[in-house]
Design a protein around this ligand. Structure first.
Ligand SMILES: Cc1ncc(COP(=O)(O)O)c(C=O)c1O
Length: 257
C-alpha cells in the first residue's frame, strides 16, 4: 500500500485494510481475524486476501519465523481467505534463520520473491502459486503491459542467482551488522545495531543539511542518503567489508566537518 504507485487500488480496485504491526513487522493474528469483514453485510468490502511481508523492509529487514507464518496462516485457513507472502527478500529471511524457504512459505497460497535485490539479478521477480493462479497471473500481467517476449536470456540470470547467490547472503548480513555497529559509534547517527538482522540498515541522521550531506557522500560513491531523517543503507554482492570501513570513514568525516 506504500509502494507500486498504489497499483492495487488503482488497477485492481482493491481497498486495503491495514493491521498494525510490531517492530519486527509481525501482526497479531487476533487482530487479523478481527479485520476480516463479514461479507454477508453489504456495507463491507469482501476480504479477499491476507498479505504478509518477509523480511520486512520498513521494519529494517527484520525476519518473520515459521511460527509467525503458521500463526497467520491458521487465521487465513480458518476464515477461508487466501494468504500471500510478499517475499521480496525471503531468501534473506531463510539465510538469517538457517531455515529453508519452504518452511517460511508452506502455508501460503501464493508467494512472490525478487531475483534482483540481494540475489543480484539485473531484473526479475517470481510469483509462485497453483497452476490456476499462475494462469490468471499471466493474463493479468499481459493486461497491464508486463508481458515480455524472448525474456529467457534474462531468466537465465535468475537460475544463476538461485544456484549461486543464496548462501552468500550471509556475507551481506555480516557486513550490515558491522556497518550498523560502526554507525552507532558516529555522533549524529541514531541506530540500534541489535535491530539489524539482515542486509538493510536503517538509521536516523541528525545533521543541519541532510540533502547536502547525501550529495557529499554520493560524490564519494556512497548511495542511500536523502533529505529525510531516516536513511537506509543496503549491503549486497557489490559491497565488501572494506567498503563498509570506507563508508564509515567518509560519513564520520562528513558529519564532523
Ligand atoms: C517488499 C517488496 N515487495 C515487492 C517489491 C517489488 O519487486 P519487483 O519490482 O521486482 O516486482 C519490492 C521492490 O522493491 C519490495 O521491496
Amino acid at each position: 500500500f506504500r509502494s507500486e504507485g498504489g497499483g492495487a487500488a488503482a488497477l485492481g480496485g482493491i481497498s486495503y485494510h491495514l493491521v498494525p504491526n510490531d517492530d519486527r513487522g509481525m501482526i497479531d493474528p487476533d487482530a487479523v481475524a478481527e479485520a476480516i469483514r463479514d461479507s454477508s453485510n453489504h456495507h463491507n468490502p469482501r476480504t479477499a486476501l491476507i498479505a504478509m511481508e518477509n523480511t520486512q523492509n520498513n521494519c529494517g529487514g527484520r525476519v518473520l519465523t515459521p511460527q509467525d507464518m503458521e500463526d497467520i496462516s491458521k487465521v487465513a485457513k480458518g476464515n477461508e481467505v487466501p494468504l500471500h507472502i510478499d517475499g521480496a527478500r525471503i531468501f534473506n529471511a531463510s539465510v538469517k534463520l538457517e531455515t529453508p524457504v519452504i518452511e517460511l512459505v508452506k502455508d501460503a497460497d501464493s508467494v512472490s520473491f525478487c531475483l534482483s535485490k540481494g540475489l543480484s539479478c539485473p531484473v526479475g521477480s517470481v510469483v509462485c502459486g497453483s497452476n490456476e493462479f499462475i494462469e490468471e497471473a499471466r493474463r493479468m500481467r499481459k493486461m497491464v503491459g508486463g508481458g515480455m517476449r524472448q525474456a529467457g536470456f534474462m531468466a537465465a540470470a535468475g537460475i544463476v542467482a538461485l544456484d549461486s547467490m543464496v548462501e552468500r547472503l550471509a556475507e551481506d548480513h555480516t557486513n550490515a551488522a558491522k556497518l550498523a555497529l560502526g554507525l552507532s559509534n558516529l555522533s549524529g547517527i541514531t541506530i540500534d545495531p541489535e535491530s539489524v538482522e539482515t542486509n538493510l540498515v536503517f538509521f536516523e541522521v541528525d545533521y543541519p543539511d541532510r540533502a547536502e550531506l547525501a550529495r557529499k557522500l554520493e560524490s564519494q560513491g556512497i548511495k542511500g542518503g536523502s533529505s529525510a531523517k531516516r536513511w537506509r543503507f543496503v549491503t549486497h554482492y557489490g559491497v565488501s567489508s572494506e567498503d563498509v570501513d570506507y563508508t564509515l570513514d567518509v560519513l564520520g568525516q562528513a558529519l564532523a566537518g
